[in-house]
Design a protein around this ligand. Structure first.
Ligand SMILES: Cc1ncc(COP(=O)(O)O)c(C=O)c1O
Length: 378
């Protein structure tokens, strides 16, 4: 089987596996090839991609291009700030609270999995963070509906995780924040699903799933968020590298950024623009996940984890009715050139991550494999 760029997909020398890894994850092959071409000589600058100064005009044009593309693809309002930071989404758990909260202030969290638990833990180092809704006791099978929770009267903002990578659950609506600012960890569905950027005040996402390689984190700030950070900065509460206003004032070039990661991000957004923009991405992700969920719903051989209305289009998680067969499934899948399918240890079973770079051909190969496996083992 070939992917749309002509590479053989499968198992064996010279082939790329069908990569269902949860991140770092498969990138569009044309992007990988563009990066390959830039390694010795980036954009005809004469400098290799990993050898060029972040202060050069050639690299500045990459930063500008990436920011412009992000603005266009995600419809980022003109008065919002785009940052390329390091430290992953995990640093943003802490950094967002540090910039937005004071020690006597409150923030409300929707606890839908391991990552939102971690974001809450970090926010509690700064102020009073509280899970106002949690699905912990049900094994994180769903996200809340509006009306399922109440924000505290005096909380400053609502934090949520738009897609729960480990459990395969996702919001299909904008969580009600009672008119308060929304902060979202969109690491595993940014640029893969609908997002109203203007309805959020901080959006953060590690790039390594839908946007590029690890080591660069996209952060989008509203004017409100930047003003909150400014107040905390002026009060002397922010270490330089954790101060949004410093990074914003220097266009994400306060210190040496992840130049390689930003270049790849620009390539991915270019690829998105050339392939139908955000709507194209949404349609492809819907088609891929529908194919897989139809297979999971077809037979009792499979036991999907997430509740119907909370199913993720990015990460699909399931068990086998006979759990003892899961290791055999994974072993045979690997031998068939289907990689990265082992479920996270907190859920077990199988997880297929189908981010933007995952071609539908890979999902078709997975479904074919599943049907064959079921026929052999039932
Ligand atoms: C939703 C979500 N948030 C946060 C993280 C942590 O990201 P990082 O490794 O970039 O810190 C992950 C990683 O898988 C994730 O899926």
């Amino acid at each position: 089987m070939k992917d749309p760029s002509g590479w053989q997909l499968g198992m064996g020398e010279g082939q790329r596996v069908h990569n269902f890894g949860a991140g770092p994850a498969v990138l569009p092959l044309s992007v990988v090839e563009e990066v390959q071409a830039a390694l010795p000589n980036m954009n005809n600058s004469g400098f290799g991609l990993c050898e060029i100064s972040h202060r050069s005009a050639a690299f500045q044009s990459v930063v500008d291009s990436a920011m412009n593309r992000i603005r266009r693809v995600l419809s980022v309002p003109d008065d919002y700030t785009i940052l390329f930071l390091q430290g992953g989404a995990s640093l943003q758990f802490y950094m967002s609270a540090l910039n937005l909260l004071k020690s006597d202030e409150k923030a409300d969290f929707l606890e839908t999995g391991g990552w939102s638990k971690k974001s809450l833990k970090e926010a509690n180092r700064i102020g009073d963070g509280m899970a106002i809704w949690s699905d912990s006791e049900n094994g994180f099978k769903s996200v809340p509906n509006n009306g399922d929770y109440n924000l505290r009267d005096d909380s400053v903002y609502l934090h949520y995780t738009s897609n729960n990578t480990l459990y395969g659950t996702q919001y299909h609506h904008l969580p009600d924040s009672g008119g308060k600012p929304r902060i979202v960890d969109a690491s595993s569905d940014i640029a893969g699903v609908t997002i109203d950027v203007s309805a959020h005040d901080v959006i953060y996402a590690g790039a390594q799933k839908n946007l590029g390689p690890s080591g660069v984190t996209l952060v989008i700030l509203s004017p409100w968020a930047l003003a909150r950070a400014q107040a905390n900065s002026e009060a002397g509460n922010l270490p330089t590298m954790l101060d949004y206003t410093i990074h914003a004032s220097k266009g994400s070039l306060f210190n040496t950024p992840n130049t390689f990661g930003i270049f790849v991000l620009d390539c991915v957004f270019k690829w998105l623009e050339e392939n139908g923009g955000l709507n194209g991405s949404i349609a492809r992700n819907k088609a891929k996940s529908t194919l897989l969920y139809e297979e999971l719903d077809r037979s009792d051989f499979w036991v999907p984890h997430a509740n119907l209305d909370s199913r993720s289009v990015m990460n699909v998680t399931w068990r086998l009715a006979d759990e003892a067969l899961e290791s055999v499934f994974l072993e045979k899948a690997t031998a068939a050139g289907l990689g990265g399918l082992k479920g996270h240890r907190s859920v077990g079973g199988i997880r297929a991550s189908m981010y933007n770079g995952c071609p539908i051909e890979s999902v078709k190969a997975l479904v074919e494999f599943m049907q064959k496996f079921e026929a052999e083992h039932s």
